[in-house]
Design a protein. Structure first.
Length: 342
C-alpha cells in the first residue's frame, strides 16, 4: 500500500461513546463497498447504480476512522457492505484492523460467493468471525432470490470457512412468506448437520424493491420459532453475540438458533451500534437518517485524530431513540441495505 496518514490507537485514553439515552456504543459496522456480485431481491433493485470511485473512502481512510472508534472504546468491528469481498485489497484492511490495540472482535458478513478463495487468507489476516448469508438450499430458488448467485459456490465457501478454522460460523437467512418459508426446517437441519449457528431475519423496509410486496411476504420471528419448536423444542438462551439476535438452543445440538426481529421485538433500547457507509456517512441508526459526514474531515485533515474523535463524540447526540419500521407505508428509508451495511 502507498503511504497513508494512519492513526495510532496506542496513545489516547479510552473515552466511552455514550448517547443521550445512556446507551454505550462499542460496535461499529463498516460498509467497505456498496457494490455486490449478487442482487438479492429484498436488498437491491435489479438495476442498481453504484457510487463512483471518487465518492468513496479509501482503505486508509476506512482504517483511520476505525482506529479513531477503537480509541473511543469500540471493541467490535464488522466489515460488511455490499459484499465486502468485492472491495479491492480488502485483505489489507483486515490485516491492519486486526492489529489495532483494544479491538476484541473483527468480524465480517459475506454472501460467501468468494469465500472458497478468501476464507484462509482472511483468517490469517486476523478476522475472528464470519456470518454468511444463505436464504435457500435449492439451487434454482437460490438463483432467483439472489438474481445472480450460484448455490454450489456458496456451499464451497461455507466449507472453506470451516476448514480455515473460523469458529461459530453463523448463517443469516431472511425468511419471506411464499418465497422461502417452506425451507425453515431444511435450514435448521443444515446447520445442525454442519455444526453452524443461524439467525432468521425479518425483512426490513429499506429502499424501494419491486419483486414482492413486503407486507405480504412478512414472516414474523414468532411464527418461525413456532415451526422450529414443533420439531426441535427450543429453549431461550441468555447468550448474546453483541448484536441484535435473540438466541435459542436445542437439547440435542450445539447449533444456536437466533432471531433478528426489527418488527416484532424491537431491540433499539439495547442498541450498541453505529454504521459507517463507504461514502463516509456515520449513520447513528439503521432505520433513521440521522448522520454525520466524516469524509470531509478525513479528506481535508488527514491524520488529525483529535478532530475526528471530537466529531464522532459529538455525533453520539444524534443517535435517535428507536426506529419506526412500518410495512404498510412506502419505505421511509430510501437507501438500500447495501449502502448501509447489514
Ligand atoms: N453482502 C453481505 C451479505 O449478504 O451477507 C453483507 C451485506 S448484507 C446487506 C448484510 C445482511 O443484510 C445479509 O444477511 C442480508 O440478508 C441482510 N439484508 C439485506 N437486505 C435486508 C432487508 N431489507 N431486510 C433484512 N435483512 C436484509
Ligand atoms: Fe449483496 Fe448482501 Fe445485498 Fe445480497 S444481501 S445483494 S449479497 S449486499
Amino acid at each position: 500500500m502507498g503511504s497513508c496518514a494512519t492513526i495510532s490507537a496506542m496513545s489516547t485514553p479510552l473515552l466511552p461513546l455514550q448517547d443521550r439515552f445512556g446507551r454505550q456504543v462499542n460496535y461499529l459496522r463498516l460498509s467497505v463497498t456498496d457494490r455486490c456480485d449478487f442482487r438479492c431481491v429484498y436488498c437491491m433493485a435489479e438495476d442498481m447504480r453504484f457510487l463512483p470511485k471518487r465518492e468513496i473512502l479509501g482503505l486508509e481512510q476506512l482504517y483511520d476512522i476505525s482506529a479513531a472508534f477503537v480509541q473511543l472504546g469500540v471493541k467490535k468491528i464488522r466489515l460488511t457492505g455490499g459484499e465486502p469481498l468485492v472491495r479491492n485489497n480488502v485483505l489489507w484492511l483486515v490485516e491492519r484492523l486486526g492489529q489495532l490495540d483494544g479491538l476484541e472482535k473483527l468480524v465480517m458478513t459475506s454472501n460467501g460467493a468468494q469465500l472458497d478463495k478468501y476464507a484462509a487468507p482472511l483468517r490469517k489476516a486476523g478476522l475472528s468471525g464470519i456470518n454468511i448469508s444463505l436464504d435457500s438450499l435449492r439451487p434454482e430458488r437460490f438463483r432467483a432470490l439472489t438474481r445472480t448467485g450460484d448455490l454450489a459456490k456458496v456451499l464451497r465457501g461455507i466449507d472453506a470457512a470451516q476448514q480455515a478454522g473460523f469458529e461459530r460460523i453463523k448463517l443469516n437467512a431472511v425468511i419471506m412468506n411464499g418465497r422461502n418459508d417452506d425451507e425453515i426446517l431444511d435450514l435448521v437441519d443444515f446447520v445442525r448437520d454442519q455444526r453452524l449457528d443461524i439467525s432468521f431475519i425479518e425483512e426490513m423496509p429499506l429502499g424501494q424493491i419491486s419483486e414482492h410486496d413486503r407486507a405480504l411476504t412478512f414472516c414474523s420471528s414468532d411464527s418461525i420459532r413456532e415451526r422450529i419448536h414443533q420439531r426441535y423444542p427450543l429453549t431461550a438462551s441468555t447468550e448474546t453475540s453483541g448484536g441484535p439476535s435473540r438466541y435459542y438452543r436445542m437439547a440435542d445440538s450445539d447449533s444456536r438458533i437466533g432471531f433478528i426481529s426489527p418488527h416484532s421485538h424491537n431491540f433499539c433500547h439495547l442498541c450498541n451500534r453505529v454504521r459507517l457507509t463507504v461514502e463516509g456517512r456515520l449513520l447513528l441508526c439503521l432505520g433513521n437518517e440521522h448522520s454525520l459526514n466524516l469524509k470531509p474531515i478525513v479528506d481535508q485533515y488527514p491524520g488529525d485524530t483529535e478532530r475526528l474523535r471530537a466529531a464522532i463524540i459529538e455525533a453520539m447526540d444524534l443517535k435517535p431513540e428507536r426506529h419506526h419500521f412500518s410495512l404498510d407505508d412506502e419505505p421511509q428509508i430510501v437507501r438500500f441495505m447495501n449502502t448501509t451495511g447489514g
